[in-house]
Ligand binder design. Structure first.
Ligand code: UDP
Length: 192
Protein backbone atom coordinates (compact mmCIF):
# COMPACT_ATOMS: atom_id res chain seq x y z
CA UNK A 1 0.00 0.00 0.00
CA UNK A 2 1.59 3.27 -1.12
CA UNK A 3 1.27 6.62 0.59
CA UNK A 4 0.27 9.42 -1.77
CA UNK A 5 1.93 12.81 -1.69
CA UNK A 6 0.23 14.91 -4.37
CA UNK A 7 0.32 12.60 -7.42
CA UNK A 8 3.15 10.32 -6.30
CA UNK A 9 2.70 7.10 -4.31
CA UNK A 10 5.61 6.31 -2.00
CA UNK A 11 6.44 2.89 -0.60
CA UNK A 12 6.35 3.04 3.18
CA UNK A 13 9.59 1.22 3.88
CA UNK A 14 12.70 1.72 5.98
CA UNK A 15 16.10 1.75 4.29
CA UNK A 16 16.63 -1.87 5.44
CA UNK A 17 13.32 -2.89 3.91
CA UNK A 18 14.14 -1.08 0.67
CA UNK A 19 17.48 -2.91 0.46
CA UNK A 20 15.71 -6.24 1.14
CA UNK A 21 13.24 -5.51 -1.64
CA UNK A 22 16.15 -4.81 -4.01
CA UNK A 23 17.76 -8.12 -3.02
CA UNK A 24 14.47 -9.79 -3.89
CA UNK A 25 14.32 -8.08 -7.30
CA UNK A 26 17.84 -9.28 -8.11
CA UNK A 27 17.04 -12.82 -7.03
CA UNK A 28 13.81 -12.84 -9.00
CA UNK A 29 15.30 -11.57 -12.28
CA UNK A 30 13.02 -9.86 -14.79
CA UNK A 31 12.89 -6.07 -14.89
CA UNK A 32 12.60 -3.76 -11.88
CA UNK A 33 13.00 -0.02 -11.42
CA UNK A 34 13.67 1.98 -8.27
CA UNK A 35 13.13 5.73 -8.13
CA UNK A 36 13.82 8.19 -5.32
CA UNK A 37 11.80 11.35 -6.03
CA UNK A 38 12.56 14.54 -4.10
CA UNK A 39 9.95 17.28 -3.49
CA UNK A 40 10.84 19.00 -6.76
CA UNK A 41 10.01 15.86 -8.77
CA UNK A 42 6.79 15.32 -6.84
CA UNK A 43 5.82 18.83 -7.78
CA UNK A 44 6.73 18.26 -11.45
CA UNK A 45 4.53 15.15 -11.52
CA UNK A 46 1.47 17.36 -11.01
CA UNK A 47 1.78 18.75 -14.51
CA UNK A 48 3.85 16.11 -16.31
CA UNK A 49 1.75 12.97 -16.82
CA UNK A 50 4.55 11.02 -18.49
CA UNK A 51 6.79 11.67 -15.52
CA UNK A 52 4.05 10.75 -13.03
CA UNK A 53 3.55 7.48 -14.91
CA UNK A 54 7.28 6.78 -14.97
CA UNK A 55 7.60 7.43 -11.24
CA UNK A 56 4.47 5.58 -10.14
CA UNK A 57 5.23 2.73 -12.54
CA UNK A 58 8.48 1.98 -10.70
CA UNK A 59 8.63 -1.11 -8.51
CA UNK A 60 9.95 0.83 -5.55
CA UNK A 61 9.34 4.55 -4.92
CA UNK A 62 11.50 5.90 -2.10
CA UNK A 63 11.27 9.36 -0.48
CA UNK A 64 14.50 11.24 -1.12
CA UNK A 65 14.28 13.98 1.46
CA UNK A 66 12.82 14.73 4.82
CA UNK A 67 10.39 17.20 3.18
CA UNK A 68 8.42 14.27 1.76
CA UNK A 69 8.34 12.60 5.18
CA UNK A 70 7.08 15.81 6.83
CA UNK A 71 4.41 16.15 4.16
CA UNK A 72 3.26 12.57 4.84
CA UNK A 73 2.96 13.38 8.57
CA UNK A 74 0.95 16.51 7.89
CA UNK A 75 -1.35 14.47 5.66
CA UNK A 76 -1.87 12.00 8.51
CA UNK A 77 -0.26 8.95 6.86
CA UNK A 78 3.33 9.14 8.02
CA UNK A 79 6.10 7.47 6.06
CA UNK A 80 8.60 5.51 8.17
CA UNK A 81 11.45 7.81 7.19
CA UNK A 82 13.50 9.14 4.34
CA UNK A 83 15.45 6.73 2.18
CA UNK A 84 17.79 9.00 0.24
CA UNK A 85 19.06 7.70 -3.09
CA UNK A 86 22.69 8.00 -2.09
CA UNK A 87 22.15 5.98 1.13
CA UNK A 88 20.26 3.34 -0.82
CA UNK A 89 23.08 3.23 -3.40
CA UNK A 90 25.73 2.74 -0.70
CA UNK A 91 23.79 -0.16 0.85
CA UNK A 92 23.03 -1.70 -2.52
CA UNK A 93 26.67 -1.73 -3.66
CA UNK A 94 27.50 -3.71 -0.50
CA UNK A 95 24.76 -6.23 -1.37
CA UNK A 96 26.00 -6.52 -4.97
CA UNK A 97 29.57 -7.14 -3.78
CA UNK A 98 28.40 -9.72 -1.23
CA UNK A 99 26.25 -11.56 -3.76
CA UNK A 100 28.80 -11.35 -6.58
CA UNK A 101 26.40 -9.47 -8.84
CA UNK A 102 27.62 -7.01 -11.43
CA UNK A 103 26.87 -3.30 -11.72
CA UNK A 104 26.88 -0.86 -14.63
CA UNK A 105 27.31 2.85 -13.93
CA UNK A 106 25.53 5.11 -16.41
CA UNK A 107 25.62 8.88 -16.29
CA UNK A 108 27.47 12.07 -15.41
CA UNK A 109 30.19 13.75 -17.43
CA UNK A 110 32.88 11.71 -19.22
CA UNK A 111 35.36 10.19 -16.78
CA UNK A 112 33.16 10.54 -13.68
CA UNK A 113 31.60 7.06 -13.80
CA UNK A 114 35.09 5.49 -14.04
CA UNK A 115 36.21 7.42 -10.97
CA UNK A 116 33.02 6.46 -9.15
CA UNK A 117 33.69 2.81 -10.10
CA UNK A 118 37.16 3.01 -8.59
CA UNK A 119 35.81 4.50 -5.35
CA UNK A 120 33.00 1.94 -5.12
CA UNK A 121 35.45 -0.95 -5.68
CA UNK A 122 37.71 0.40 -2.96
CA UNK A 123 34.77 0.67 -0.55
CA UNK A 124 33.42 -2.78 -1.53
CA UNK A 125 36.24 -5.19 -2.32
CA UNK A 126 35.04 -7.73 -4.86
CA UNK A 127 32.39 -5.46 -6.36
CA UNK A 128 32.08 -6.29 -10.06
CA UNK A 129 31.70 -3.19 -12.22
CA UNK A 130 30.51 -4.57 -15.56
CA UNK A 131 30.97 -1.25 -17.35
CA UNK A 132 30.53 2.51 -17.35
CA UNK A 133 29.20 5.12 -19.77
CA UNK A 134 28.77 8.86 -19.50
CA UNK A 135 25.33 10.42 -19.56
CA UNK A 136 25.76 12.67 -22.58
CA UNK A 137 24.70 10.45 -25.49
CA UNK A 138 22.28 11.12 -28.36
CA UNK A 139 20.79 7.70 -29.06
CA UNK A 140 19.62 5.22 -26.47
CA UNK A 141 20.20 2.14 -28.69
CA UNK A 142 24.01 1.90 -28.47
CA UNK A 143 23.94 2.58 -24.72
CA UNK A 144 21.30 -0.10 -24.14
CA UNK A 145 23.34 -2.54 -26.27
CA UNK A 146 26.49 -1.76 -24.31
CA UNK A 147 24.76 -2.34 -20.97
CA UNK A 148 23.29 -5.62 -22.21
CA UNK A 149 26.65 -6.78 -23.60
CA UNK A 150 28.25 -6.05 -20.23
CA UNK A 151 25.93 -8.60 -18.61
CA UNK A 152 25.25 -6.22 -15.72
CA UNK A 153 22.53 -7.34 -13.33
CA UNK A 154 22.07 -3.86 -11.85
CA UNK A 155 22.38 -0.40 -13.41
CA UNK A 156 22.74 2.91 -11.62
CA UNK A 157 21.02 5.36 -13.98
CA UNK A 158 22.41 8.79 -13.08
CA UNK A 159 21.10 11.16 -15.73
CA UNK A 160 19.46 13.60 -13.30
CA UNK A 161 15.74 13.87 -12.67
CA UNK A 162 13.40 13.80 -14.55
CA UNK A 163 15.52 12.51 -17.44
CA UNK A 164 16.53 9.26 -15.71
CA UNK A 165 12.97 8.31 -14.68
CA UNK A 166 11.74 8.79 -18.26
CA UNK A 167 14.80 6.95 -19.64
CA UNK A 168 14.26 3.95 -17.38
CA UNK A 169 10.58 3.79 -18.28
CA UNK A 170 11.36 3.90 -22.00
CA UNK A 171 14.23 1.41 -21.97
CA UNK A 172 13.45 -1.02 -19.16
CA UNK A 173 12.02 -3.68 -21.46
CA UNK A 174 15.04 -3.55 -23.76
CA UNK A 175 17.48 -3.88 -20.86
CA UNK A 176 18.38 -7.31 -19.51
CA UNK A 177 19.45 -6.08 -16.07
CA UNK A 178 17.00 -7.06 -13.35
CA UNK A 179 17.43 -3.84 -11.36
CA UNK A 180 17.59 -0.23 -12.59
CA UNK A 181 18.01 2.52 -10.00
CA UNK A 182 17.64 6.24 -10.77
CA UNK A 183 20.24 8.02 -8.68
CA UNK A 184 20.66 11.60 -9.92
CA UNK A 185 23.99 13.11 -9.07
CA UNK A 186 25.28 10.12 -7.07
CA UNK A 187 28.17 9.31 -9.42
CA UNK A 188 29.57 12.82 -8.88
CA UNK A 189 29.37 12.19 -5.13
CA UNK A 190 31.10 8.80 -5.35
CA UNK A 191 33.76 10.20 -7.70
CA UNK A 192 34.53 12.82 -5.03
N1 UDP B 1 23.45 14.27 -16.37
C1 UDP B 1 23.71 13.36 -17.37
N2 UDP B 1 23.15 13.55 -18.59
C2 UDP B 1 22.35 14.61 -18.87
C3 UDP B 1 22.07 15.53 -17.82
C4 UDP B 1 22.63 15.32 -16.59
O1 UDP B 1 24.44 12.39 -17.16
O2 UDP B 1 21.88 14.73 -20.00
C5 UDP B 1 24.07 14.04 -15.06
C6 UDP B 1 24.89 15.20 -14.52
O3 UDP B 1 26.20 15.19 -15.08
C7 UDP B 1 24.89 14.89 -13.05
C8 UDP B 1 23.50 14.27 -12.84
O4 UDP B 1 23.06 13.86 -14.11
O5 UDP B 1 25.87 13.92 -12.74
C9 UDP B 1 22.47 15.25 -12.29
O6 UDP B 1 22.86 15.61 -11.05
P1 UDP B 1 21.97 16.63 -10.19
O7 UDP B 1 22.55 16.60 -8.84
O8 UDP B 1 21.84 17.92 -10.92
O9 UDP B 1 20.56 15.93 -10.27
P2 UDP B 1 19.61 15.38 -9.19
O10 UDP B 1 20.42 14.47 -8.28
O11 UDP B 1 19.07 16.58 -8.49
O12 UDP B 1 18.61 14.65 -10.03
Amino acid sequence: MRIGILDVGFDNVTLDEAVSAARGFLAEGGSHCVVTPNPEIVYMCRTDRALAEAVNGADLVLPDGIGIVYASRILGRPLKGKTAGIDFAVRLTAVLAEEGRSLFLLGAKPGIAERAAEALRTANPGLIIAGTADGYFKDDGPVVARINESGAQAVFVCLGAPKQELWMRKNRNALQASLLVGLGGSLDVFAG
